[in-house]
Design a binder for this molecule. Structure first.
Ligand SMILES: Cc1cc2nc3c(=O)[nH]c(=O)nc-3n(C[C@H](O)[C@H](O)[C@H](O)COP(=O)(O)OP(=O)(O)OC[C@H]3O[C@@H](n4cnc5c(N)ncnc54)[C@H](O)[C@@H]3O)c2cc1C
Length: 343
């Protein structure tokens, strides 16, 4: 096979694919090389875009920017790929106890929450939420499996594992493919990348997730709190998730299953059966910020990584910033720039 592209992208999870789509939009030729079968993170992700985090109801880092046109961004992408994979929906953050209720009351008056999330004393059949909920708009869910499937079918892709020993960055030739630039988007596996492993502060973070069957009535909302509860189809719901930093093992554990079920039991009043138990490894970073930039010595080698547990909401905006950086020379936000780790 002989091929010539502007950008070779290693890794076809949500980061690699959104970057590929943005580069193509700007007229660049691309090829994603992805070990599609081994994809353990984007494929198992719940795909939630949630602007309100933690028990202190914090509006996350750069949320106004990331969420302002998130829905229209995915709408446009669905049209481009002629596929359906994003659903805007309300997120119902269940208030778990009086302490959380007090925390919310002390914050609710702040301008940043107005017109964006509101307290409601709603009742949901089958759920225990005596302290009410905070309804968050601007959120949504991405069916990451449908998204990847559409990309694999329609975008330039090579399904194989890149052998770093054969990928001679300087020569810009790999298995008959000629390319001008390489962008690495391997998720947590950047920790094995010979050019970037010592430059990125990646913290692989294992996450476990359950699929259950229960008679909870589908409402179209997503429930958040001690666990998230997300409808899949019919009686099937997704429940997650756990966090185990520095753990790259891929086996589901009884310990985490029981932890999730115990957290679920605090809100679900109905019987449920576990029908599936999955594992993925998030590419988190030490300071919980994405990691983007260019190699300090090789000017055609880039990295786009570190999306942690928020790729669905952060990667759209960051892929445009990354393209501005590569193609226009626009400086990257120092919070995400690889150079912040330089000593
Ligand atoms: C349980 C769980 C729940 C989650 N829920 C959410 C959520 O609700 N919302 C959200 O935004 N995020 C969520 N995440 C996080 C999200 O999945 C990640 O942020 C995102 O998938 C990272 O995407 P990525 O493309 O950077 O990496 P990945 O999805 O890991 O993709 C990297 C790709 O690179 C490939 N690769 C690596 N090395 C090579 C090589 N040498 N050659 C070829 N290919 C290679 C891999 O096979 C893989 O396909 C969740 C994660 C977990 C584990």
């Amino acid at each position: 096979m002989s091929q010539k592209v502007d950008f070779l992208i290693v890794g076809g999870g949500v980061s690699g694919r959104l970057l590929q789509l943005e580069l193509m939009k700007r007229g660049k030729s691309t090829l994603v090389i992805d070990d599609c079968g081994a994809n353990r993170c984007t494929k198992i992700a719940a795909g939630l875009a949630n602007p309100l985090i933690g028990k202190y109801f914090t509006i996350g880092w750069r949320v106004p920017e990331f969420f302002s046109d998130l829905r229209s961004y995915y709408e446009e992408l669905e049209l481009r790929l002629n596929a359906t994979f994003f659903r805007p929906c309300d997120l119902q953050r269940i208030i778990s106890n009086p302490g959380e209720q007090n925390t919310w009351l002390s914050k609710a008056h702040k301008d940043k929450y107005k017109g964006f999330c509101k307290y409601q004393a709603l009742d949901f059949d089958g759920l225990s939420n005596p302290y009410g909920v905070i309804t968050v708009d601007k959120g949504g869910e991405m069916n990451t499996r449908s998204f990847l499937e559409a990309c694999e079918k329609q975008l330039p892709t090579m399904d194989t594992r890149v052998n770093y020993e054969k990928l001679n960055a300087g020569k810009s030739k790999y298995e008959g493919i000629e390319y001008t630039n390489t962008i690495f988007c391997e998720g947590y596996e950047v920790m094995y990348n010979p050019w970037f492993k010592d430059l990125v502060n990646i913290v692989p973070t294992k996450g476990e997730i359950l699929e259950i069957e229960t008679d909870l009535q589908p409402k179209g909302d997503i429930f958040l709190g001690g666990v998230f509860i997300q409808h899949i189809e019919n009686k099937r719901w997704r429940v997650g998730s756990t966090y185990a930093p520095k753990d790259t093992s891929i086996n589901p554990t009884e310990e985490k299953k029981n932890e999730l079920l115990s957290r679920l039991n605090n809100v679900l009043k109905l019987e449920c059966q576990v029908v599936n138990h999955k594992v993925g490894t998030r590419p988190a970073s030490k300071d919980r910020r994405p990691i983007c930039g260019v190699h300090p010595e090789i000017s055609n080698l880039y990295v786009f990584n570190g999306m942690g547990s928020k790729a669905v909401s952060m990667a759209p905006r960051l892929s445009t910033e990354m393209c501005d950086f590569i193609l226009e020379g626009t400086p990257l936000d120092q919070d995400i720039n690889l150079t912040r780790f330089e000593k």
